[in-house]
Design a protein around this ligand. Structure first.
Ligand code: ADP
Length: 417
C-alpha cells in the first residue's frame, strides 16, 4: 500500500508518498505560500531517487487547492495555471508522475501537533477526532488550526481514503503526574489542563522503539533521547516508555534551541512587558522566534554558529557554551530522575550530523559512566552507529530519526485494521 504523509503548516504543506511494501519514499515535497499575499504558490518536488523540480503555480488560495495541485503533480497531470510559459520544460508535469491513479493512495497520515490529554496514540480521523483536535486549539494555537486545514483539504480531494492523525504529544502521555504537573494550584490543571505535554513525540517514539531493538538492553533499561534539531527536546525513557521530557505545555521550554530560549524564570515575561511596553504575546513571540542561538548570535543555524565559534567570535562562544551547558544539565537531571542511565541517543539535524555538538553534550559526564570514542564520533553523520568507547558504562549512539516513516507505519496499521 502507498501512504501519503502530510505535515500542514499555516501557509505550507509538506508531503511524502511512501511505498509501505519496502518503506521507500516514492516522492516528497514542500508547498509554500498557500493563501498568502504572494502571487505564486511554490512546490519543491523530489521523486525517482533524486530528481528535483521547482514548480510554481499561479496561486493556491487554500490547502485544498494546494492538495489538488500536489495530487496532479503526483499523477503527472499537466495544468494550465503554472507560472511558466507552456513551451518551458518546467511547464510540463508529465515527467513528475509516480502514480497512475489516485486509487493507489491507500491512506493519508497527518502530523498533528497537540493531542492534549485525549490522545495517547494515533487514531483514525472521524468527526469526533476533528472536534477533539479543535478543542485543543488553545494548547496549540498556531499548529492545530493548520493541521486541521491539511486534514480537511485531504478529505475534500480524497473523500474515500482513510485519514489518520499522529500526535506530537502522544508518546509523552506515559509520564507520571510528578513529572507532568506544575506546582501551581490544582484548578489550573483541572480547569485549564495546564501541564507538561512534550513534543517531537513521533521522533522520540521512533528512536525509543529502535533503541529497544538495537541496543540489547536489559529489562528496566533507562535511555535518554536527545532530539537536537532546530527545535530540540530530550526524553527520558524506561523500557522505551517516556517518563519525562524537556518541553512543556508548548515547545518553548527546556533546551537552548535555534530560535527558542528554553527554560527561564517566568517572571521575565512581566518584567519585559512593563519595561518595554510589550504584550505577553509579543514577549512570547520574541522568546519563540528571536531567541536561542539566533538571539545570542544573529544566526539560528548551528553550522553558522559553529563556524563563528571556531573563528573566535565571543557571541558564538557564549551561545555554544550555553547550548552545551543547558543540554548537559538536562541529561544529568534525567539520569538522576531515573536513578541512572544505560544509553544516550542523539538524533535530528544536529544530533545526527554535528560531532562537535555531540561531544559537547556529554563533556565532563565521565563521572556518570559516559565516555565517547572521539574517533568513532568524528566519523558519524546520518547513520546508525555506536559512538561510545568500549569501556563506557553508558552506551552512546547516533540513530537517525524518521518521523514520516513513523507516521506512515501508524497510518498503515490503523487504516488496514
Ligand atoms: P528541524 O527542527 O527544522 O526539523 P533539523 O532536524 O533539520 O531541524 O535540524 C536543523 C539543525 O541541524 C540546524 O541547526 C543545522 O545547522 C543543524 N545541522 C545540520 N547539519 C549539520 C552539520 N553537519 N553540522 C552541524 N549542524 C548541522
Amino acid at each position: 500500500m502507498k501512504i501519503l504523509v502530510i505535515n500542514a503548516g499555516s501557509s505550507s504543506l509538506k508531503f511524502q508518498l511512501i511505498d509501505m511494501d519496502n518503506e521507500a519514499v516514492i516522492a516528497k515535497g514542500l508547498v509554500e505560500r498557500i493563501g498568502t499575499v504572494d502571487p505564486t504558490t511554490d512546490l519543491t518536488y523530489e521523486w525517482d531517487g533524486k530528481k528535483i523540480k521547482q514548480i510554481q503555480l499561479k496561486k493556491a488560495a487554500n490547502h485544498a487547492e494546494a492538495m489538488a495541485f500536489v495530487l496532479d503533480v503526483l499523477q503527472g497531470k499537466d495544468r494550465t495555471d503554472l507560472e511558466v510559459a507552456p513551451d518551458d520544460a518546467r511547464g510540463h508535469l508529465k515527467d513528475t508522475a509516480v502514480i497512475a491513479d489516485l486509487k493507489e493512495i491507500g491512506a493519508v497520515g497527518h502530523r498533528v501537533l497537540h493531542g492534549g490529554e485525549k490522545f495517547t496514540a494515533s487514531t483514525v480521523i472521524d468527526d469526533a477526532v476533528i472536534a477533539a483536535i479543535e478543542e485543543n486549539i488553545p494548547l496549540g494555537p498556531l499548529h492545530n488550526p493548520a493541521n486541521l486545514m491539511g486534514i480537511r483539504a485531504c478529505q475534500e480531494v480524497l473523500p474515500e481514503v482513510p485519514q489518520v492523525a499522529v500526535f506530537d504529544t502522544a508518546f509523552h502521555q506515559t509520564m507520571p503526574p510528578k513529572a507532568f504537573r506544575y506546582a501551581i494550584p490544582n484548578e489550573y490543571y483541572t480547569e485549564l489542563h495546564i501541564r507538561k505535554y512534550g513534543f517531537h513525540g513521533t521522533s522520540h517514539r521512533y528512536i525509543a522503539d529502535r533503541s529497544q531493538e538495537l541496543l540489547g538492553l536489559p529489562k528496566g533499561n533507562r535511555v535518554i533521547i536527545c532530539h537536537l534539531g532546530n527545535g530540540s527536546s530530550l526524553s527520558a525513557c524506561v523500557d522505551g516508555k517516556c517518563v519525562d521530557t524537556t518541553m512543556g505545555i508548548t515547545p518553548l521550554d527546556g533546551l537552548v534551541m535555534g530560535t527558542r530560549c528554553g527554560t527561564l524564570d517566568p517572571a521575565v515575561v512581566e518584567f519585559i512587558c512593563n519595561r518595554k511596553n510589550m504584550t505577553p504575546s509579543e514577549v512570547l513571540s520574541m522568546m519563540n522566534k528571536k531567541s536561542g542561538l539566533l538571539g545570542l548570535t544573529g544566526s539560528s543555524d548551528m553550522r553558522d554558529v559553529t563556524a563563528r565559534y571556531e573563528a573566535g567570535e565571543p557571541d558564538a562562544k557564549l551561545a555554544i557554551d550555553m547550548w552545551g551547558y543547558v543540554l548537559r544539565k538536562y541529561i544529568g537531571s534525567f539520569a538522576a530522575a531515573m536513578g541512572g542511565v544505560d544509553a544516550i541517543i542523539f538524533t535530528a539535524g544536529i544530533g545526527e550530523n554535528d560531532a562537535a555538538g555531540r561531544a559537547r553534550a556529554v563533556e565532563g559526564l565521565e563521572f556518570m559512566g559516559v565516555k565517547i570514542d572521539p574517533e568513532k564520533n568524528a566519523g558519524i553523520r546520518g547513520v546508525e552507529a555506536k559512538i561510545s568507547a568500549d569501556d563506557s558504562k553508558v552506551q552512546v549512539w547516533v540513530i537517525p530519526t524518521n518521523e514520516e516513516l513513523a507516521i506512515a507505519r501508524d497510518t498503515l496499521e490503523l487504516a488496514t485494521k
